[in-house]
Design a protein around this ligand. Structure first.
Ligand SMILES: Cc1ncc(COP(=O)(O)O)c(C=O)c1O
Length: 380
């Protein structure tokens, strides 16, 4: 059986905890939902309710997860795409300033790969427009010790597959203390003997499936692993109770995971490459390494080089990806309200989509793996 590295994701602890998670993020209030997408929809809904408008618009990055679009459309608001800053994961301040109107109720900024995406100038702009900042931290490790936010912000996390803290399902909105927004309260669902057993089974199967020997086999099955496509959100459900029981152990465990050695290895790998046009997004956005990474993200010198390196690495099953592959309007199934696919509308998001390469960032990446990564990026 062939060995394959998964692109993302730590093993999940299968130890339950009977302690409440409601106080884990103190002083932030924790609102749990069925998924990260449902949590985003709850946050958008709360922002809309706080400042009702006839034709509400919600701004989001032109490159990103299509779930953001689902969460906005679920609330009958119009998604408005904002370009990224050049060769960065954050919103372009000039384009943001242009797109902000009196109809803008909220702006979603995404901490892709775990990298910080909100700058002081973004915050200043949003304050002038009196709109809510929704920080999509689905890919970031959010810990009570490091979390900060001002009162006009909401933080969204996902506990889905491949996320920094995962129990394969669920999501949350973290709300700053004293903030008046009303978030839907949904009781935890499905707590039966069978659902508890099934949850446990899923976690065990997942932990098995991510082992390189088994993952190599799964990659051959037509189960759409890693495929990006739009899907409509039907309801904001509550988080299943059986999954909540594993949350606290996994939250506590995440705070003990230290990626600094692997990060140093990656920096060593890519720093000689910068003179050839490679851009180390992680080093660039977080030079002091204060953020925990979900994936190691770089930009290749060109689309042609990215595609060649990706093909080589995928052939060798090294866990490299191009993530979403294209800007939001080009993603399969995206509704027309987002606007026609037009690469010139968001040139920086398009360029990032064409040059992006993500490499695996989790415990268990060996020196031999890194050597293979180095060979794959040095072929040309
Ligand atoms: C940035 C971002 N936001 C939101 C989501 C949606 O989270 P979930 O899959 O839990 O619905 C994801 C999922 O991949 C994501 O990466």
């Amino acid at each position: 059986m062939s060995r394959a590295l998964r692109p993302v994701g730590e093993p999940i602890s299968t130890q339950q905890s009977s302690q409440e998670i409601s106080t884990f993020f103190n002083p932030f209030k924790t609102h749990l939902y069925a998924s990260g997408t449902a949590a985003l929809a709850a946050a958008v809904g709360a922002a809309l309710q706080h400042r009702p408008t006839q034709q509400p618009e919600v701004l989001l990055p032109a490159y990103g997860c299509p779930s953001l679009v689902s969460a906005i459309i679920f609330n009958q608001a119009k998604p408005v795409l904002v370009d990224l800053a050049k060769n960065k994961i954050e919103l372009d301040s000039d384009d943001l300033a242009t797109k902000l109107t009196e109809n803008t109720v909220a702006v979603i900024s995404v901490d892709l790969f775990g990298l910080p995406s909100v700058s002081d100038s973004h915050r200043q702009l949003l304050r002038q427009h009196n709109c809510t900042l929704i920080r999509d931290c689905a890919q970031a490790r959010v810990l009570p010790t490091t979390i900060t936010s001002d009162d006009s912000e909401l933080i969204v996390i996902s506990f889905g597959r491949g996320k920094p803290v995962s129990v394969l399902t669920g999501g949350a909105v973290l709300q700053p203390p004293n903030q008046p927004f009303k978030l839907p309260h949904l009781a935890a669902v499905t707590d039966t003997f069978a659902s508890n057993l099934l949850t446990r089974l899923k976690l065990e199967v997942y932990n098995l499936a991510i082992k390189p020997s088994i993952y190599g086999f799964l990659e051959h099955l037509p189960i759409g692993l890693g495929e990006t496509r739009y899907s409509q959100l039907e309801e904001i459900g509550g988080m299943p109770k059986p999954a909540i029981r594993y949350l606290l152990t996994n939250l506590n465990r995440a705070s003990t995971v230290d990626g600094s050695a692997l990060r140093q290895d990656y920096e060593n790998l890519f720093s000689p490459k910068t003179s050839q046009g490679w851009i180390d997004l992680c080093q660039q956005s977080d030079p002091k390494r204060t953020h925990h990474l979900l994936r190691y993200a770089v930009l290749a010198p060109s689309k042609a080089i990215r595609d060649k390196v990706l093909a080589t690495a995928q052939n060798q099953k090294l866990g490299f990806t191009a993530l979403y592959g294209q800007p939001i309007p080009h993603i399969a199934g995206i509704p027309p309200i987002v606007g026609k696919p037009d690469h010139s509308a968001h040139p920086n998001a398009t360029e990032l989509a064409e040059r992006l390469l993500t490499l695996p960032f989790y415990r268990g990446i060996s020196a031999t793996d890194l050597q293979q990564f180095s060979q794959a990026i040095s072929l040309l």
